[in-house]
Design a protein around this ligand. Sequence first.
Ligand code: PMP
Ligand code: GLN
Length: 379
Amino acid sequence: PESKLPSLGTTIFTRMSALAQQHQAINLSQGFPDFDGPRFLQQRLGFHVAAGANQYAPMTGAQPLREAIADKTAALYGYRPDANSDITVTAGATEALYAAITALVRPGDEVICFDPSYDSYAPAITLSGGVSKRLALQPPHFRVDWQQFADALSPRTRLVILNTPHNPTATVWQKSDFDALWQAIADREIYVISDEVYEHICFAADGHASVLAHPQLRERAVAVSSFGKTYHMTGWKVGYCVAPAAISAELRKVHQYLTFSVNTPAQLALADMLREEPAHYQQLPEFYRAKRDRFVDALSASRLKLLPCEGTYFLLADYRAISDRDDVSFCQWLTEEVGVAAIPLSVFCAAPFPHTLIRLCFAKQDATLDAAAARLAAL
Ligand code: PMP
Ligand code: GLN
């Protein structure tokens, strides 16, 4: 058939993980932990399966999970979404993003994204007949230039998609960024998707700034999160989004025909986890900060130049002192010849990306990080 997405192939994450496996390289490419999630969560899953919670969950999500999410949101961001009308449980953040984009974007609408940007946004925009306007952010801080943003707005602008903490640059938005966004869009009908899947992996002094903590913006926003990151269980594919009732009603129309509902026993286990083990996500920044610092220390012996990492479990490294290859061929060489797989940054950008940057995932056991750092330090 004629392709609706002719320029797309298999995602970089799948390709790099396959290449890593083929060459038995240490895989710091695709973002997933090489260790397991909490035993408590696994036991609760077994419990709910044995207790017979094995039929369809409600379309919007299991009630105990939506209520636990409402409580957590109130505790963290000072705003309690309505568990019935504002919270929708989805098959990972990926489905929440797709449902929200599909619900909001009409043919011809423009959507502003910030490059580098996560790979799932643009295809969903294209499939809805929208046009991505991708604003390039510059290393090392990748901050939004609000004048450039204002200049990019047009009468057709319908949606802005942001991501904080940010994959792949590991930067975070501050409250002042949300204020600037609100100032720029307040008097227009523009919606916001805030991808906050790394909300609990934030090292910034002020903590994670959520769109949900912004009283005006949250009236226009879909906040997206994922339990895969928080509980080291990327394979469970349970995420959720929080949005005002009118927006939720529209994205639920998409969700109900995309997946209808999500794995019941996993939702109930996650509700137990949120309620009974809040210490897990409270301690997550320290857990990943220790990994980041260990990895950064070990890499200080290398010729890689490391960029600041304020959140996520990714670290950017500039390899200019080691090679003058482009980033895609550098990552291929690194996997095949050095035995470490990484992600080239240019794949997250629409315009040519004239930098020599790779993304390394440090959601790995200490031994994995030490072994990878030793190989990289030898370059
Ligand atoms: N958004 C970002 C920024 C991500 O990094 C990821 C996954 N790594 C997702 C969304 C998708 O999350 P999920 O696996 O829950 O679908
Ligand atoms: N989001 C993960 C990453 O950034 C990958 C998810 C996927 O493979 N689709 O590495």
